[in-house]
Design a protein around this ligand. Structure first.
Ligand code: FDA
Length: 405
């Protein structure tokens, strides 16, 4: 279709996701004429499927160290100016019922649709317009005689738009099925910004064929574990065995800190001191077999498989030599698993890496050296832990840009 007309707006936001919608409402409330463009046919698609359809929209306990970023200080300003309590204020304004789960995670009682309804209502109240099903074919900067950018041109198949402030809120690469694209990274590169290497985060890991086949028989079993990555980062939560490998909250969390080729050390009995427990069984029940003893704490089928994978011989506890006991304790408290990869962007919740924050103001999200160009949300090199931290970053960074764009 030929380009037909030019429309002027104060602010154009590309991406009607969590960060883009928050930014749009904030800028709109300041009286700015705001237009949000998105190629999807629905706004906030990731919000809708998040948290199993109930959206883990924030966390009771948000700290900068819940985030990975090449500059760990970058997140501090935005997170402290728009906090989880501010978002809870919005939840209260719309009377959305919510509940707290483990680790301070806050979910809607009913549906993630309520979060999208809040954001859409806020945009409407702030008079920010949203145009969906809109492909962006080009972005250009218009400069004055001194070479300073004064305006941006955003071209779509049907319109050319001009704006003073251009906000890129196109998110990361996870779940291409939901409309994720590398658009934001391409815009950053077009303007000479560095994009740090990206990879899938908060993602299940896959195993080498032999381990995968052995463990897949137990798919569906979930165990409370404590997992340590090579860099010493530790997460304690459930681990789920799947027919492709390992998943569950502990695995998703550690996947952000795991690098290909490295092993993970899994404490399968994080709540007991196995050496002490085995010693006590040796005294109280010396004829009990190792398998039966371990099966008091772990599912029997898992114990059988683990013993065969790790060559642990089954015999009465009283017959175990000290060296054998040490091996049992080592396997159970630090089971070494070397994933062969992750399930990738197809199932990842987030993208690690992205637009380098060195070039971005942590207060406003505007590029330090490019007047009027902003990046918010997951497109930046900011990745939160599992638990509502990624949405909190989207709200906080979108809010920060919305105060000034
Ligand atoms: P987001 O991805 O939300 O929005 C980007 C928007 O840009 C989309 O609307 C997209 O269509 C649009 N776009 C992309 N390319 C475009 C282009 N070329 N042209 C036009 N538009 C374009 N986090 C959390 O805190 N709690 C949770 O419960 C979950 N759960 C969860 C489940 C699943 C399955 C996933 C995949 C992710 C989560 N997350 C999460 C992560 C969370 O969804 C994510 O971090 C935020 O949505 C990021 O917000 P953004 O606004 O930055 O991007």
């Amino acid at each position: 279709m030929p380009t037909t007309s030019t429309h002027n707006h104060d602010v154009i936001i590309i991406g009607a996701g969590a960060a883009g919608l928050m930014c749009a409402a904030q800028a709109g409330y300041r009286g700015r004429d705001v237009l949000v463009l998105d190629h999807a046919k629905q706004a906030g698609k990731k919000i809708l499927i998040s948290g199993g359809g109930r959206c883990n929209f924030t966390n009771m306990d948000v700290e900068p160290n819940n985030y990975l970023c090449s500059n760990p200080h970058f997140v501090k300003s935005a997170l402290s100016r728009y906090t989880q309590w501010d978002f809870l204020g919005l939840i209260g304004k719309y009377q959305v019922a919510y509940h707290e789960r483990d680790f301070g995670q806050l979910f809607c009682d009913d549906s993630a649709k309520e979060i999208v309804r809040i954001l859409m209502s806020e945009c409407e109240a702030a008079n920010a317009k949203i145009r969906l099903r809109t492909e962006i074919t080009a972005i250009e900067a218009i400069k004055d005689e001194q070479g300073t950018i004064t305006q941006y041109t955003v071209t779509t198949p049907s319109h050319v738009y001009q704006c003073q402030s251009l906000v890129i809120a196109t998110g990361g690469l996870s779940m291409p099925k939901l409309g994720a694209t590398p658009f934001g990274y391409q815009v950053a590169e077009q303007f000479g910004l560095k994009v740090l290497p990206t990879r899938a985060g908060l993602v299940p890991v896959t195993l080498h064929q032999e381990q995968k086949e052995a463990l897949s028989e137990l798919s569906g079993i979930s165990l409370p574990v404590r997992i340590e990555a090579n860099d010493g980062t530790v997460f304690g939560a459930d681990m789920l065995i799947t027919h492709r490998g390992l998943s569950g909250p502990s695995i998703l969390q550690i996947s952000n800190y795991w690098n290909p080729g490295e092993a993970m050390s899994i404490d399968l009995l994080p709540n007991i001191d196995l050496a002490a427990e085995l010693e006590s069984v040796r005294q109280s029940n010396p004829n009990q077999s190792l398998k039966n003893t371990l099966s008091t704490w772990l599912p029997k089928r898992f114990v059988e498989l683990l013993m065969s994978m790790e060559n642990l011989v089954d015999k009465p506890i009283k017959q175990l030599q000290h060296k054998e006991l040490d091996s049992v304790v080592a396997v159970l408290h630090s089971w070494q698993i070397k994933p062969n990869g992750t399930e990738g962007y197809r199932t990842a919740e987030v993208t690690l890496g992205g637009v380098d924050t060195d070039a971005i103001s942590s207060k406003t999200m505007m590029c330090k050296n490019i007047n009027g160009l902003y990046f918010v949300g997951e497109v930046l090199d900011v990745t939160g832990w599992l638990g509502g931290y990624n949405f909190q970053w989207a709200w906080a960074s979108g809010w920060a840009a919305g105060q000034v764009c």
